[in-house]
Design a binder for this molecule. Structure first.
Ligand code: 6R9
Length: 660
């Protein structure tokens, strides 16, 4: 189990300002604990009340939670609703019709705005277009698009007619796309001719064509294409339809299809550490409820907020905090097509300034790369922009190291904005551990405490709860409304993977390691369980070592993996990105020696990386997660066989293959 050998602890708390606390949805820790107590005393009563108050039901539910067939839990089962109705029609009825729903900034800086009224019309036209092709409730539709209002329109249109969407991130290759289309049994694909990222045009439709050609039993009867660039594409008569031709003449009114609360709103594939990707199946009612509650509690959203979540709609963060959550609470979102470094690495700060963003939600990896960029070139530093509109910052996707947290806090939030470090997963549907920004005293590097209503623990390999201060496995003790319902088409995999027998079969295993602070009970995520290293019998979390390496003044980012070692069982190989240029020859050896000494001093000699390699960047998925599996292969000097199609810059692999 991941021990915590580090003596180094952040003890300073960061408190919200009085003004922030006063206006917050949860204004104090007392208010937070009161909600927790309410849930503990009457679990179903707590969730039932929230669901009645926050979701519009076509037919009210009579039972909150059905636990008769664990782990196949059902929430609000006999209630009927429509998620798109809750996101759009609701806003036409409550005075938000002329409010901007989406402010879209294209790669080249062009801005398009869509009010709730316009968005509603566009979604209805699309929904009617899909219906005209015979697509109906229960059908699966794969959406393979880039960041665009069109992608959200496609998702909302599916929700409107009760079709289950499965968004596949636009960076996936044809084989990965084919695997997902096939597994979902999709009847249609919605895509674009091309996508634009960082000034480059990249194919989408051509990849759909390739993917469809790879599937034997192809159920896809229709491909709908949004014309983004207008470049020529292959067009299959009878199967392919331009989106504008399909929808232009459709009515802009479309009655929503009322579905059961448990009706699958979407399937989202997540790649596990082994085997094929798993299709996480989400519900309509419970999922929507949690998207709404976390918008209110974690993001403290207010009518005047401009909310910018930088996550692509191809990931869960883009689902819950772009396509659904903000719209369901009548928010205004900024949606960005491009990349943070084009045309320059100050783009994020420039956009915050331009759109007067108030809540900014991004990933640690983006923060770290922008710290590096602003060290190299002060022209792109945040100090060149007016960031005074910001009032709240958020982080998601990976543990945020204290170093990056403090930079974010100081340089972006100007020591004024709380940071919500939100821990959650594709499978949890929304945040599960995160600070309440008006209440929780913050500690850099900790996602703090569970959201009200959630019961979360750290346990050992047998499912026994561990005392605070002892690292173990993170589990969720009770079902919660936005939880994954099953692995699409594979109930057995859902059961064995997430509810392991070893832990007693009744605890949801997130797959992450965690440790709770002895004083505060705050959670710190130590990394995926499979990222634990064992050096000479000592367990070390990769995050632990990475965080210390990243705290070295010269280091921008670091990743650590294990490698078999005759002497110590496993040894540590660290991949390090420096803030300045790539070191070479003797210089590289000196820097490496310095870093080893540093880790030795900060953690212990056991954690000292045996090998250190330098590169200009780390291999990451486009959702910003370091591909440690790939790094393990490189560290071992093995052949790379895995899919690296989502890699931004494959050339860095050659740098990282070189040992000093
Ligand atoms: C939302 C999302 C889930 C995995 C999760 C964990 C890591 C996400 C984190 C975090 C530490 C945070 N993770 N947020 N680790 N602190 N605030 O990223 O979903 O793509 O399914 O990834 O990401 O390891 O288990 P998903």
């Amino acid at each position: 189990m991941a021990a915590n050998p580090s003596e180094k602890k952040e003890t300073r708390f960061y408190y919200p300002s009085e003004e922030f606390a006063q206006n917050a949805a949860i204004p104090s820790m007392d208010a937070y604990w009161a909600l927790c107590k309410e849930a503990e005393e009457d679990y179903e009563g707590f969730w039932g009340k929230l669901a009645r108050e926050n979701v519009l039901w076509h037919k009210p539910f009579t039972k909150v939670l059905d636990e008769t067939n664990p782990p196949f839990y059902k929430w609000f089962e006999d209630g009927k609703l429509n998620v798109s109705y809750n996101c759009l029609d609701k806003n036409l009825e409550n005075g938000n019709a002329e409010k901007d729903a989406i402010v879209f900034e294209a790669d080249d800086g062009t801005v398009t705005r869509l009010t709730y009224r316009e968005l509603h019309k566009r979604v209805c036209k699309m929904a009617n277009g899909l219906k005209s092709l015979g697509i109906k409730k229960g059908d699966r539709v794969v959406i393979y698009m880039a960041m665009s209002a069109e992608a959200i329109i496609a998702m909302q249109a599916c929700a409107r007619i009760g079709a289950t969407h499965s968004v596949v991130f636009g960076g996936f290759s044809a084989p990965s796309l084919a695997e997902r289309i096939e597994n979902a049994g999709a009847v249609a694909v919605i895509t674009a001719d091309e996508q634009v990222r960082g000034g480059r045009y990249l194919p989408l439709k051509a990849i759909v064509d390739d993917a469809l050609a790879m599937i034997d039993d192809n159920k896809v009867k229709n491909v709908i294409i949004y014309q983004r660039t207008g470049n020529e594409i292959n067009f299959v008569k009878g199967r392919d339809h331009w989106k504008h031709e399909l929808t232009d003449s459709q009515s802009d009114v479309c009655e929503p299809e009322w579905v059961d609360a448990e009706h699958p709103l979407f399937i989202l594939y997540t790649s596990g550490s082994t085997g094929n990707p798993k299709g996480a199946q989400h519900s309509s009612g419970g999922y929507l409820l949690w998207a709404i509650m976390t918008m209110r509690w974690t993001f403290d959203i207010k009518p005047d907020d401009i909310f910018w979540c930088t996550a692509d709609v191809g990931w869960i963060t883009g689902h819950t905090y772009n396509a659904y959550g903000p719209l369901a609470v009548g928010g205004t979102i900024v949606l960005f097509e491009g990349v943070p470094t084009f045309p320059h690495a100050g783009r994020f700060w420039e956009m915050i300034d331009k759109h007067k963003v108030t809540i900014f939600y991004t990933a640690p990896t983006a923060i770290r790369s922008l710290i590096k960029a602003s060290t190299e070139d002060t022209m792109v530093a945040p100090e060149n922009y007016d960031l005074s509109s910001l009032r709240l910052l958020g982080s998601v996707g990976e543990p945020i190291n204290p170093e990056a947290w403090l930079w974010f806090y100081k340089h972006i939030g100007k020591e004024r904005c709380p940071i919500v470090d939100t821990f959650w997963q594709t499978e949890t549907g929304g945040h599960v551990i995160a600070p309440m920004p008006g209440a929780t005293p913050l500690v850099p590097g900790s996602c703090t405490l569970p959201l009200p209503g959630l019961s979360i623990s750290v346990v050992d390999e047998t499912g026994q709860e561990l005392p605070n201060g002892q690292g173990g496995i993170l589990v969720i003790n009770r079902p919660w409304p936005s939880m994954i319902r099953t692995v699409w088409g594979n109930d057995e995999r859902y059961k064995t993977h997430y509810w392991p027998e070893e832990l007693g079969g009744r605890l949801y295993q997130a797959g992450d390691g965690a440790i709770r602070d002895p004083q505060t009970g705050y959670f710190t995520i130590t990394g995926r369980i499979d990222d634990v290293l064992n050096v000479s019998g000592h367990a070390l979390g990769t995050m632990e070592v990475e965080s210390v390496l990243s705290a070295h003044p010269m280091v921008a980012e670091a990743a650590v993996v294990g490698k078999p070692d005759d002497l110590t069982g496993e040894s540590i190989c660290a991949f390090v990105i420096l803030k300045k240029e790539l070191p070479e020859g003797e210089n590289a050896k000196d820097v490496a020696a310095d870093l080893r000494k540093w880790v030795s001093r900060e953690i212990s000699p056991i954690a000292r990386p045996k090998e250190i390699r330098f590169g200009a960047n780390l291999p990451k998925t486009r959702s910003g997660k370091i591909m440690r599996r790939l790094l393990r292969v490189i560290a071992r000097g093995e052949e790379i066989t895995q899919d690296i199609s989502t890699l931004e810059n494959p050339a860095i692999l050659d740098q990282l293959k070189k040992s000093l």
